[in-house]
Design a protein around this ligand. Structure first.
Ligand code: AR6
Length: 173
């Protein structure tokens, strides 16, 4: 499903983030940039050791912030690593931190002249954020950003299964 936000495209697809041909893909990292399971494990496996080498030099990334490395062997030229919040019930600022992770990633893309970017559904795996709530925050944050930033021409959400896709589809409608 695709919508236009001014002249930019926002789309949701079911698929694998590591296979995307956008200029950048976003990693659901941890604050130590140490690698892990889920999206993080898949990106480092597919992209090769160069990405971890660059992560080690950067050293870390606070929750809600983002850093950038090359894409190693991936089709995407860059990986933007961001850190979503761990979900503790929703009363510890999780919504704002999740929005910050999307915004920081988009801001970094704008600064680097990256115009096409693919996101996974941050925080909705190991970090336990309820998918429906996360979908609403993710889409609203990206739509608000696109309204003021025509330099980003494509944002693609890559959802890993039909349930995740359905949650984003409902939220987008
Ligand atoms: N492509 C797209 N989405 C995926 C893929 C993939 N290849 N693999 C999993 N997902 P998670 P988090 C979905 O756990 O919750 C790591 O260990 C998955 O179904 O990757 O932000 C890090 O090192 C889920 O909906 O990220 C951190 O320690 C979503 O991506 C921690 O997990 C995010 O799941 C980050 O946890």
């Amino acid at each position: 499903m695709q919508v236009k936000i001014n002249n930019s495209i926002l789309e949701i697809v079911e698929g694998d983030i590591t296979k995307q041909d956008t200029e950048a893909i976003v990693n659901a990292a941890n604050s130590g940039l140490r690698g892990g399971g889920g999206v993080d494990g898949a990106i480092h496996r597919a992209g090769g050791p160069q990405i971890m080498g660059e992560c080690r030099k950067i050293g870390g990334c606070p929750t809600g912030s983002a850093v950038i490395t090359s894409g190693g062997n991936l089709k995407a030229r860059y990986v933007i690593h961001t850190v979503g919040p761990v979900y503790h019930g929703g009363k510890r600022g999780e919504a704002e931190l999740l929005a910050n992770a999307y915004r920081s990633s988009l801001k970094l893309a704008s600064e680097k002249g990256i115009s096409t970017i693919a996101f996974p559904s941050l925080s909705t795996g190991a970090y336990g954020y309820p998918m429906d709530e996360a979908a609403g925050i993710a889409l609203k944050t990206v739509i608000d950003y696109l309204k003021g930033h025509p330099e980003i021409v494509l944002v693609r959400f890559v959802l890993f299964n039909a349930d995740a896709y359905g949650a984003y589809e409902t939220a987008l409608r």
